[in-house]
Design a protein around this ligand. Sequence first.
Ligand SMILES: Nc1nc2c(ncn2[C@@H]2O[C@H](COP(=O)(O)OP(=O)(O)OP(=O)(O)O)[C@@H](O)[C@H]2O)c(=O)[nH]1
Ligand SMILES: [Zn+2]
Length: 317
Amino acid sequence: MSKKGSRRASRQSEVSQEERALTSGRVTAAHGRHYFVTTPAGERIEAHRRGKKGDVVVGDIVRISEAVSGVAAIESIEPRKSLLYRSDEWRIKSLAANVDQVAIVFSSRPTFNPWFIWKALLAAHEAGIPALVIRNKCDLGEDAEAADAEVERLKGLGVPTMRISALEKPEEALAALLPQFEGKTTLLVGQSGMGKSTILNLLVPHAKAATREFSVALNLGKQTTTAARWYEADEWQGAVVDTPGFQEFGLAHLSLSDILRAMPDIASHATDCRFFNCRHLHEPGCSVKAALEAGEIDPERYDFYVAMASEADPLPR
Ligand SMILES: Nc1nc2c(ncn2[C@@H]2O[C@H](COP(=O)(O)OP(=O)(O)OP(=O)(O)O)[C@@H](O)[C@H]2O)c(=O)[nH]1
Ligand SMILES: [Zn+2]
């Protein structure tokens, strides 16, 4: 190559290096501190967080720079529109950032657990993210009553619901799902085995292939991850974020007032309590307890409130 030619080539490579130096994209998968960032052009780049900070969440928009080993470095995180998380005594587990809504999936089998749904609703409320509840496996007759009654109760609480059978009636399920999912990013949550993957595959037909690619690239083998995955659905201009099923939706981060704000069916009766700081647990002259005794509050919802409130703010001994 002539001197001139090599100078031009090196200038070009400088330019493209600069162009590549800092680009932005969406974190679409995570495994430990190992991430996938998808650029607006659809390129998927493997990345680590600069400084090994554990603050990156699936759904984040990040700025990345090219690194030597072919693995990029996440330099910064753009401000988040929303962040959903759960927590236990010890730590907070972020589920996903920047989603528009949360879809809580439940069914009568393998387990029916309304508290999981209610906890997820509290977490969504606290995060300021609208929620809907999908009752799946409507084809199963056994143990269906409690699940169907739950749909009615949720409707009474003002929660949008739908009933589908993702496996047995996929076309009908898709027709019911699409109007709620179009144009939005929806995070799917639910206990293990409720049908999240089935719903995801219905909504995003390439999801199976994408999951396999993630697993191969992240070298996961059969191992399941604890992080969410973001699937773009160009067909209906939205995205689905799948979370692995988990059994407990811990809410150690909620205060008593957070809980009350998210439970108007309880809080609306707190009009006439004797003590201004009544927790509506064991205090005398509590108008919530009076409403409960008068049958104006669903006793199961009150039991749930007591469990949440006691955890949030234990009574002094
Ligand atoms: N009968 C019936 N079975 C269903 C329906 N939807 C899903 N299933 C089955 O339920 C089982 C669990 O479904 P998945 O989609 O894997 O559930 P998941 O919520 O993704 O579970 P995790 O991956 O553990 O989080 C599978 O055997 C599905 O075929 C349905 O509408 N009716
Ligand atoms: Zn009270």
